[in-house]
Design a protein around this ligand. Structure first.
Ligand code: ATP
Ligand code: MG
Length: 577
């Protein structure tokens, strides 16, 4: 490809909206352009990267025996009504009507559509197992689209769905996807961790997320250096001791705390530590309101709360609801004397001595609150519902847990019969009986992989693509296009590389060398071949790797052979086994 004939609109300035490196470089490097919040154009370079990732995904899915299909992006409401998700999915589901006033949505995920295919087309156990996948544009009306391709509203996903005759079959299908995903992310050059993930109220038994380790990741994960246990913090179990203090219980007392609402404000005002505070939060859910007590220095794990009460959604209650339940404005809630029995008590509360909590009255708190004495501690309401923190120990082996940030690039999930049951999808088993398909679902964020790869592979000059997903493998960089000799040597090497099917671009623009180098480094081609006047006097050209580990001078005639050898070696690094 000739840069004079190509569309690579690189930018000098950092785009204002880019908060993370991958977003910045994707825009500056001319890979993508924003059309609307979370919605992007893929320019030629960007599309090449996406296609590379797609091809790796496709090869490994095919190798694992999955069958590629393509389902519609526009889905009739009826299918989603059958599964019950039309009412449950919330605002991320973009709904609209056609000219006949019929309801449709843009598919954020395709369990319903694929279940509909399989219940129509697969009748016998003899046709099982089957795994259908697609690589397709998804739409989710995310509340906070950001970070470029990382959290888009329109994005490309690979989604696969397995159908088995029994649960052992599902285990095998799941394992095959686990292994395929491991190969895919290795081939994309990502450093990742597989972690246990929340299965939510879908009730499945197993779920794993593939997390690319990066400071900018929106997910937090824990992992145990002792035994390898790893989980999303939302899902993580952990051990902690809450030693019983031998402090004597003091008499309960109501104190005036004018306008002191938050944990920080109250603990500062009363000159005590957040550890003494009994944080009282009220949540609204589709199963009604629930009150959660947790120690002041901890955060509530809302996913666990939601799972325990079997709700589909959960959010902090609004002021009105809080006032209705506690009789006081926000900031003064507490369990003492409150007649509200839908309550969950975190383990961290039980051993608090002479603690502090809201008095359910504006501008008042209780001090010397003792759980069990001043409000009931009912055994079955005591649960582990806080987020883990530094110092918590592995639930399996007791080693202190380590904390990382991660970008979720893939998610695999044992669904079981959730969709086959609601959509009545059955097959005839060996014994001639109708049985429900046992399903699994498996997603990869193709466009998010591109962002994640940049988060892990860059420097202050730009991207350092792993060769497996680089838009091109090598750039020919003639430093002075005006010089006939430079031009002819560059053209000769370019022609030969094209002949050998090397993915090469030639910077045939009449720009200064410095400008060309900057662009090349920003875009992140794995190799450069520099053709310059001085080198030519010695009969050599220079080959440099973007990673910086290779910088060699080679005779003009050996350049093609040398670069092919280097590229081959580099490619092999990303092939597992
Ligand atoms: P997240 O927790 O990041 O919102 P999710 O759990 O909603 O993701 P899944 O439903 O498991 O995502 O979708 C499968 C994969 O699709 C994810 O692992 C992720 O890589 C990708 N993905 C999900 N949402 C987005 C998005 N808004 N933009 C880009 N990729 C996404
Ligand atoms: Mg997920």
């Amino acid at each position: 490809m000739r840069l004079t004939r190509y569309l690579v609109p690189t930018l000098k300035e950092d785009p204002k909206e880019a908060e993370i490196v991958s977003h910045n470089y994707l825009v500056r490097g001319g890979f993508i352009r924003k059309v609307a919040a979370g919605i992007y154009d893929f320019l030629p370079l960007g599309l090449r990267v996406v296609k590379k990732i797609e091809n790796i995904v496709r090869e490994e899915m095919d190798r694992a025996g999955a069958l590629e299909i393509l389902m519609p992006a526009v889905i009739p409401a009826e299918l989603w009504q059958e599964s019950g998700r039309w009412d449950l999915y919330g605002k991320e589901l973009l709904r609209f009507k056609d000219r006949h006033d019929r309801d449709f949505c843009l598919g954020p995920t395709h369990e319903e559509v694929v279940t509909d295919i399989v219940r129509r087309e697969v009748r016998s156990y003899k046709q099982l197992p089957i795994n259908l996948y697609q690589i397709q544009t998804k739409f989710r009306d995310e509340p906070r689209p950001r970070f470029g391709l990382m959290r888009g509203r329109e994005f490309i996903m690979k989604d696969a769905y397995s159908f088995d005759a029994d649960w052992d079959g599902l285990d095998r299908s799941y394992q095959a996807m686990y292994e395929a995903y491991t190969r895919i992310f290795k081939r994309c050059g990502l450093e990742f961790r597989v972690v246990e993930a929340d299965t939510g109220n879908i009730g499945g038994t197993d779920s794993h997320e593939f997390m690319v380790l990066a400071e900018t990741g929106e997910d937090r994960i824990v992992s145990c250096p002792g035994c390898g246990y790893a989980a999303n913090v939302e899902r993580a179990d952990f051990k902690t001791d809450y030693p019983l203090s031998d402090m004597e219980m003091m008499p309960l007392e109501k104190v005036h705390t004018p306008s002191q609402r938050t944990i920080e404000e109250v603990s500062k005002f009363l000159k005590t530590s957040p550890k003494k505070m009994i944080k009282t939060l009220i949540y609204s859910t589709d199963k009604g309101e629930v009150m959660v007590l947790v120690r002041g220095d901890y955060d509530v794990n809302e996913v666990k709360v939601r799972n325990i009460i079997g709700a589909n959604w959960i959010e902090l209650a609004d002021e009105e609801t809080i006032e209705k339940i506690t009789g006081a404005p926000v900031g003064f809630a507490g369990p003492v004397g409150l007649k509200f029995d839908k309550i969950l008590i975190d383990k961290s509360i039980v051993n608090i001595r002479n603690g502090i909590t809201g008095a359910n009255e504006e501008d008042y708190h209780y001090v010397n609150v003792n759980p069990g004495r001043d409000f009931p501690i009912i055994e079955e309401k005591v649960v582990n519902i806080r987020m883990p923190v530094e110092g918590d120990r592995c639930p399996k082996c007791g080693t202190p847990l380590e904390f990382y940030r991660g970008i979720e690039v893939g998610h695999i999930f044992k669904l079981g019969t959730k969709y086959s049951e609601s959509m009545n999808a059955t097959f005839l088993d060996k014994d001639g009986k109708e049985k429900l398909f046992i399903m699994g679902c498996y997603g990869i964020g193709v466009t998010r992989v591109a962002s994640a790869a940049i988060e892990q592979n860059h420097d202050e000059k730009g991207i350092i693509w792993p060769i497996s997903i680089a838009p091109f493998e090598v750039i020919l960089l003639p430093t002075n296009w005006d010089k006939e000799e430079v031009r002819s040597v560059a053209e000769k090497i370019y022609g030969e590389l094209l002949q050998k099917s090397v993915e090469v671009v030639i910077d045939d623009r009449g720009e200064r060398a410095g400008f060309k180098f900057k662009d090349a480094d920003l875009i992140g081609y794995p190799f450069k071949i520099v053709v310059g006047e001085k080198g030519l006097e010695k009969g050599i050209v220079e080959i440099k790797s973007r990673k910086g580990d290779i910088a060699v001078e080679v005779k003009i005639d050996n350049a093609v052979e040398k670069i092919i050898d280097l590229i081959d070696k580099e490619r092999k690094k990303y092939l597992p086994e």
